[in-house]
Design a protein around this ligand. Structure first.
Ligand SMILES: *Cc1c(COP(=O)(O)O)cnc(C)c1O
Length: 376
């Protein structure tokens, strides 16, 4: 990574030194990391199969020691959807059970290096678990704000890691508000706001490209709520293309549940406004985000890649979920959204030889919902 790494406000262009712990700009805008990474594909070939093999592509100072729980490169497994092969990243196999460990590993490594001793985060579940796990590993204290509806298994996981849990009544936005208030006297290690998180999730793209022999797939289908995986995938593939390691961008396809699909609405209407939507209870609670802060970046990323945003019904999520169990996979309902989306995509015309999707979270935390799905 070439220095200096700069944080730039999306709205105003104000720039800050990344040695400063800040999660938003002076004017309250979203920050993005500006840095030039590098990657020597021959030099890394012999390194251990963890996301740290792409170290030079991560915007971390040379002195940063990784906070690691052994986040292995996840297997890319071929499944068949409607007779068509799809390659699926097994990101539910991460240490805390979701792809959010990619982001938390990189974000928390930097924060420990900066001497941060305590953080605050809000999450509907998996992001909180990932942050709590890496904080425990790093010896950083954390307070996690969650909606009252958070699954019992995720609450237990948070408590087990030693996080202080705050259950907040009201909407997901109320939870975020409570966390931001608390962050006035702490650091807001938000998977949505801290711009280093998506530089962790970008390792998804590096792994996919490497597993395909340093080629880009034709399409990448991911569930999207706040867009931390979609934006990470975008950054990763765009960097690999800029470094001429791959020769084109894959189409990025974001998938939302119809029960809460503001991004799909924005995409369909041309992308200049985020519609206000009701949030109906959904199997895909992990992506029920009514006001994703980085929505403009998500629309831009999807457009730039030549992709799109789809929505899938509860029925389609349910059948994808049941189908995955019968194939031997154990994932949480939100993870089935991408597979339902891939099925929808493959019905549409288009030349797509290599389609990649992802299992974003494990089924082990969602036993109560899976039980309802099986018996309803
Ligand atoms: C967080 C999460 C998602 C969606 O990620 P966003 O960053 O909100 O787009 C999808 N599936 C699971 C299991 C998750 O935990």
């Amino acid at each position: 990574m070439r220095w200096p790494v700069t944080l730039v406000c999306r709205d105003t262009g104000e720039a800050y030194d990344a040695a400063e712990p800040r999660w938003r700009s002076e004017s309250g805008g979203l920050l993005e990391v500006e840095a030039t990474g590098s990657l020597d594909v021959h030099a890394i070939a012999e390194r251990p199969p963890t996301l740290w093999r792409y170290r030079e592509a991560l915007p971390l100072a040379d002195g940063v020691t990784p906070v690691s729980l052994g986040e292995s490169v996840t297997p890319l497994v071929r499944i068949s959807i409607g007779g068509i092969p799809v390659l699926v990243k097994q990101d539910h196999l991460f240490p805390s059970g979701s792809f959010k460990d990619r982001g938390a590993a990189v974000m928390i490594s930097r924060l420990r290096h900066l001497g941060i001793g305590h953080v605050v985060e809000d999450s509907s579940g998996n992001a909180g678990c990932a942050v709590a796990a890496y904080c425990a590993r790093a010896g950083i204290g954390c307070d996690i704000y969650v909606p009252r509806s958070t699954s019992p298994a995720k609450l237990t996981q948070l408590e087990y890691y030693g996080a202080h849990i705050h259950r907040v009544e009201g909407t997901r936005e109320d939870v975020a508000h409570a966390a931001r208030e608390a962050a006035r006297s702490s650091y807001y290690a938000s998977h949505v706001w801290d711009p280093f998180f998506v530089h962790g999730t970008k390792t998804f793209a590096y792994e996919v490209a490497e597993q395909l022999g340093w080629r880009a797939p034709d399409a990448v289908v991911v569930p999207v709520g706040n867009g931390t995986l979609l934006l990470g995938a975008f950054i990763g593939f765009a960097e690999l293309k800029a470094m001429r390691i791959i020769d084109r961008m894959p189409q990025l396809i974001g998938v939302q549940a119809s029960a809460c699909a503001p991004l799909e609405g924005a995409w369909r209407a041309g992308g200049s406004d985020l519609p206000s939507v009701a949030s109906v209870p959904s199997l895909a609670d992990g992506i029920a985000v009514r006001e994703p802060a980085r929505w403009r970046s998500i629309i831009e990323a999807v457009r730039w890649s030549g992709g799109g945003i789809l929505q899938v019904s509860e029925g389609a999520i349910r059948s994808a979920l049941l189908e995955l169990g019968r194939m031997g996979f154990f994932v949480e309902p939100t993870a089935a959204v991408a597979i339902a989306g891939a099925r929808e995509l493959l019905r549409r015309p288009g030349e797509r030889e290599t389609v990649v999707s992802v299992f974003t979270g494990t089924g082990l935390k969602a036993g109560h919902v899976l039980d309802e799905v099986l018996h309803s």
